[in-house]
Design a protein around this ligand. Structure first.
Ligand SMILES: C=C(O[C@@H]1C=C(C(=O)O)C=C[C@H]1O)C(=O)O
Length: 95
């Protein structure tokens, strides 16, 4: 039981470290989105570009297949991330 408890704590530490990487990548992604917003603002391009949304979803689904991650989970997460990003962009483009 003590060994299992130690193993559980060790695996949770791995999960925590992976989550930190994941959130760090979100921050890096958002920094790129800030650049995209600048380009859109300068050229009158709207926040929501449905064809690009489809392309991103297809790309993450294909990558999930390649690395053995659940495709549906990848799509769900990215629909959430993209939805948040579009609202964020709309707020910035309106300001
Ligand atoms: C970031 C962009 O804007 C929106 C957000 C997207 C995203 O988070 O990947 C994709 C499509 C856009 O509607 C973009 O046009 O590239």
């Amino acid at each position: 039981m003590t060994a299992d408890r130690d193993l559980l704590a060790a695996q949770r530490a791995v999960i925590d470290a992976l989550d930190e990487e994941f959130v760090g990548l979100l921050a890096r992604r958002l920094a790129v989105v800030e650049e995209v917003i600048g380009i859109k603002h300068a050229n009158g391009i709207p926040a929501l570009l449905p064809e690009r949304v489809d392309e991103v979803i297809e790309h993450v689904r294909a990558h999930a297949r390649t690395v053995g991650a659940p495709e549906d989970l990848a799509e769900q997460l990215y629909r959430e991330i993209i939805g948040w990003t579009i609202r964020y962009e709309e707020g910035k483009l309106r300001a």
